[in-house]
Design a binder for this molecule. Structure first.
Ligand code: HEM
Length: 283
């Protein structure tokens, strides 16, 4: 499973229960600074299951509640907002984010074999324009996490989601079916950024990510470093402001978390300056 899940899971434990609990959690699962999760790596599903089990023991909360809370946190926390900005900032409602994620998860799975994303199918509900039936399939059967992400997706855009689970893989059904209805929240929550200035900034980030995509090579064997990306963009007369390493790195992160750029996922000892990137064809 993608490293972003592991990194944000630990962030959730720390933000929700405090750093002392995270520290105990890390000792319980035998994690050391050298084995701490990284967002650009891929880890086994078993590691997540062991982590959830350890967290259940330490927090005395049921796994279902932890996963639901974590799913909401995953969509709303600052790290996902930063890394997944390419996807999150191009839609304006929970409904549209959910629809976008069908192809987006699939695209992400093209960056590494070990990424096996959930499969979503949708059906409209007659006479309910804010409603839809979601059919979810995954060998991980994480429908509680799914419910949390739907709540988070609604909240992100100042909405509320009501979710009714119609069938469940955990009870033997071939898929989990959820009837979902999105509505504007009665008290409008501070939506995460929609001022014209923010929209303008998001657009320029997206344009830069698209320019980086255009200069990346197609194959892993031809992968290029951040310095080589900078040079290729300079030759295309891209402004100096966009060539600052921190700005370019954000663009590369956006592409990686939209499944459009890949890096070697489990290479030991790689560092930011030597890491090589290549592009992944759009689905
Ligand atoms: C409404 C929005 C979203 C929903 C409902 C959703 C749902 C889910 C679920 C249920 C999983 C668990 C995997 C499984 O079931 O097998 C998952 C995994 C994942 N999601 Fe999302 N997600 C959403 C948005 C996002 C966004 C914005 C990102 C940002 C890049 C993202 C990135 C990922 C990644 C990287 C994984 C791990 C996939 C793997 O390693 O196999 N998701 N998502």
């Amino acid at each position: 499973m993608h490293g972003l899940i592991f990194v944000t899971w630990e962030k959730y434990l720390s933000d929700r229960f405090g750093f002392a609990l995270l520290d105990t959690y890390r000792r319980t699962i035998g994690e050391t600074p050298a084995t701490a999760p990284l967002a650009h790596r891929v880890y086994s599903d078993e590691l997540l299951l062991a982590g959830v089990e350890a967290a259940v023991g330490l927090t005395r909360m049921p796994a279902e509640a932890l996963l639901r809370e974590y799913g909401r946190y995953f969509i709303l926390n600052g790290l996902t907002s930063k890394l997944c900005g390419y996807l999150l900032n191009q839609v304006h409602s929970g409904h549209d984010l959910l629809i976008t994620m069908r192809a987006a998860h699939d695209q992400m799975s093209r960056t590494a074999e070990a990424i096996l994303p959930p499969i979503f199918e949708f059906e409209a509900i007659r006479d309910d324009p804010g409603g839809l039936i979601l059919d979810y399939q995954s060998h991980r059967k994480l429908c509680m996490l799914l419910e949390g992400t739907i709540a988070g997706a609604a909240e992100r855009y100042g909405e509320r989601a009501s979710v009714q689970q119609l069938t469940c893989m955990l009870h033997g059904a071939p898929s989990c079916q959820l009837a979902i209805h999105f509505a504007r929240a009665s008290t409008v929550l501070p939506a995460l950024g929609a001022t014209p200035e923010q929209q303008e900034r998001w657009k320029s980030q997206r344009d830069l990510a698209d320019m980086v995509y255009a200069v990346l090579p197609d194959a892993e064997r031809d992968g290029i470093t951040l310095a080589e990306i900078t040079e290729r963009l300079r030759r295309r007369h891209v402004g100096a402001h966009f060539l600052r390493p921190s700005v370019l790195l954000d663009a590369v992160y956006h592409l990686q978390h939209a499944g459009l750029a890949a890096v070697p996922v489990n290479q030991q000892g790689d560092d930011l300056m030597r890491r090589r990137y290549w592009r992944v064809p759009r689905v």
